[in-house]
Design a protein around this ligand. Structure first.
Ligand code: ATP
Ligand code: MG
Length: 391
């Protein structure tokens, strides 16, 4: 029995976008992801990509699992390859569909005839195959409005395909169709989720992390790299920038009022992130902030960090509750890593009484007590880069 995979991207996703560009990027992302599984042949027609295994022993279930993490795919399924004759379809479809139809109460048959020279018309195919399936599975009823299972028969150039159990795709837009952004990635729960959300909108994500050894450990950094690796099946390989931040934090501690530590630190993070973003052609920054979650995420504090950024700062979690964010973190399997108790540079030198509603001019004045520019240059200069791929 030959089986292939059909990937549907649906016209809806193409609204306002260049269709050819969208398809090319999606296909490139799929090829790259499936390379590790084996050799496949790819063709596309009518908002569908046909993925044909070209080696023995390829697990289609594993392939489907990988494909379900690729943005831009609306739905996907395995399909039986038949010869292009109605007899061949009738001979093989009932056995192939048995698993899908046994547990269902209602079904319908849907026929798509791309090859108009096929001797039967679509309604005829539906009626004949529907009748055959009813005779083989007498517990079933036909429901054309709201069937539990839709059996689809596609008559195409070289073959006919039969499929039933559609799986949901990851939705969104193919990563790379919306440009590139730089994610501020901490070891926490929120920022990996923020990266995932922007990748879903087609944004290619690079990540920047601020480390302050010896206050933050090597283990803490490895934890963040693990998070980037867990994001990679969704985001593609992640360019990971690690900024040496110790000197800057020590200078903040020595020269700035304690109540402004955190917000000044964030402003300096933004300045460095922007410099790296410019070098890497990233059009925006992304953070995991959500209004009111902690003292540094009041609207006033957000305004203070925004003020130093000349490029947009995207905050996809801004209106979300922690429980909603955690649900996504679990789904993308970053949660268990995020809750490992390693220190972050934000948790060293934290003020006892941070200013919850800092005024921009007070912050700017406090920060002006020291000229950080040489240190910023040094931090950018000393940034290490590493490409992190999916496991
Ligand atoms: P997270 O769970 O993402 O760490 P959080 O709720 O703990 O978020 P903060 O620690 O205040 O919030 O950080 C807010 C945002 O600042 C983070 O979501 C992240 O984008 C960025 N950030 C914080 N610490 C770092 C760091 N060490 N390196 C890079 N970005 C950071
Ligand atoms: Mg944090």
């Amino acid at each position: 029995m030959q089986e292939i995979i059909l990937v549907k991207y649906g016209e809806m996703a193409l609204k306002g976008l260049n269709k050819a560009g969208f398809e090319d990027v999606l296909l490139k992302n799929i090829r790259r992801r499936l390379k590790r599984i084996g050799q496949f042949r790819y063709t596309k027609a009518q908002s569908t990509i046909y993925i044909v295994p070209e080696e023995e022993g390829i697990s289609l279930d594993e392939t489907l699992e990988q494909l379900q993490k690729i943005f831009g795919i609306a739905a996907l399924c395995k399909a039986l390859v038949c010869e292009k004759s109605f007899d061949s379809i009738c001979e093989r479809a009932p056995e192939y569909l048995e698993d899908a139809l046994r547990g269902a109460k209602t079904f319908k048959v849907n026929a798509k005839r791309a090859d108009k020279s096929f001797p039967m018309k679509s309604p005829e195919i539906c009626a004949e195959l529907g009748g055959l399936l009813l005779s083989k599975f007498p517990h079933l009823k036909v429901d054309v409005q709201n069937p539990e299972v839709t059996v689809t028969v596609e008559i195409r150039d070289t073959n006919a395909y039969v499929h039933a159990a559609k799986l949901p795709g990851a939705g969104g837009l193919p990563v790379g169709t919306s440009g590139k952004a730089l994610l501020l990635l901490s070891g926490g729960i929120d920022s990996p989720v923020a990266g995932y959300m922007m990748a879903k909108r087609g944004v290619y994500i690079s990540a920047i992390h601020f480390a302050s050894p010896p206050y933050t450990s090597e283990r803490a950094r490895i934890k963040v790299e693990t998070l980037a690796q867990k994001m990679a099946p969704y985001c593609g390989a992640v360019a990971f920038f690690c900024v040496p931040f110790t000197e800057i934090q020590e200078a903040i501690r020595s020269h700035c009022p304690e109540e402004f530590f955190t917000v000044i630190m964030r402003r300096l993070m933004m300045e460095i992130a922007q410099r790296i973003a410019a070098k890497e052609n990233c059009l925006a920054l992304v953070t995991g902030e959500s209004v009111g979650q902690v003292a540094s995420q009041t609207l006033q504090a957000i305004a203070a960090t925004d003020a130093v950024s000349e490029i947009p700062v995207l905050r996809p979690l801004i209106g979300m509750d922690k429980t909603e964010i955690i649900a996504i973190a679990r789904k993308i399997d970053t949660f268990d890593t995020s809750i490992q108790p390693y220190e972050d540079c934000c948790t060293v030198f934290t003020p006892k009484h941070p200013k919850v509603r800092p005024r921009l001019e007070d912050i700017a004045r406090a920060q002006a007590a020291f000229d950080f520019s040489a240190m910023i240059d040094a931090a950018v200069e000393g940034t290490e880069i590493k490409l992190i791929r999916a496991e």
